[in-house]
Design a protein. Structure first.
Length: 113
C-alpha cells in the first residue's frame, strides 16, 4: 500500500520537468546508495576502511558497496573461499582476476590498485 507523500511535480511546456520530494524521503531513497566515482578515483570511505581497519581495497570496496562475499563470488563464478583469500591479500591478483572482480563490483580495475 502506498503512503501519501508531499510530492510536487513541476511542469514545463505542459510536460513534467522536475519532481520535488520531502528531504526525509530523499535521504531514505538516496543516502544509502554508495556513490562510485568515475575514472580511477576511490571514495574517502573506502580509503578510510583500508587505513582505519586495515582492510584490503577488495574488502573495503565490497563493504562500501554493501555487498556480501556470496554475492561477489557468485557474480565472478568462484567460491566464497577464493574471494575470502583475495580479500585477505594473501596473493597478488592476476590482471584477469582483477578485471572480473572489478566488473562484479561495478567499478574499474584501476580502483582496485
Amino acid at each position: 500500500m502506498n503512503e501519501p507523500t508531499n510530492i510536487q511535480t513541476i511542469m514545463q511546456d505542459g510536460k513534467p520537468a522536475f519532481v520535488v520530494i520531502p528531504f526525509d524521503e530523499y535521504v531514505r531513497l538516496f543516502s544509502k546508495t554508495p556513490r562510485v566515482p568515475e575514472g580511477d578515483a576511490i571514495p574517502h570511505e573506502v580509503v578510510g576502511l583500508t587505513i582505519k581497519k586495515g582492510y584490503t581495497l577488495v574488502r573495503a570496496w565490497r563493504e562500501y558497496l554493501g555487498l556480501t562475499q556470496k554475492e561477489i563470488s557468485e557474480r565472478m563464478g568462484i567460491s566464497q573461499a577464493a574471494l575470502s583469500q583475495m580479500e585477505a591479500g594473501e596473493k597478488r591478483l592476476r590482471k584477469v582476476t582483477q578485471e572480473k572482480l572489478a566488473a562484479a563490483m561495478g567499478i574499474v580495475v584501476e580502483q582496485l590498485r
